[in-house]
Design a protein around this ligand. Sequence first.
Ligand SMILES: [Zn+2]
Length: 134
Amino acid sequence: MSSSSETSMVDSFDRGVPSKCVCGAGVTIFTSRTQENPGRPFFRCLTKRDAKSWTNKRDGHMFKWVEDAVYEEVQDALPKVGAMANEIVKTKSEVIALNAQKRTCDEFSTKHNIDEFSTKQNIDEFRQKQKKPS
Ligand SMILES: [Zn+2]
């Protein structure tokens, strides 16, 4: 409903490596042969495959320099990579804390001569007792 969410949808559609033209057709990579941009690759709408059909590159169909698209991809990915790095640091410290807890449990089990099997049995018996109406 809000215009801001529509705008961001359009923005994300326009950003990065394009997969489709606004007309619905796919896109493909061409290489520029112009004097200003010799050998420069760009994305172009598949319906504009034949260069003779081009009036100008702002004809409403997809035209985007590959380097611009790749730059946007990297720009958009960097904050995500940063968030993932933070997530990894957080997860690592959680694993360290859990391993410490496990060591404590293992030490407790060894000290009280409880093996994994009897612990599971104890838990099952406890659950059985809980289920039964007293
Ligand atoms: Zn198109």
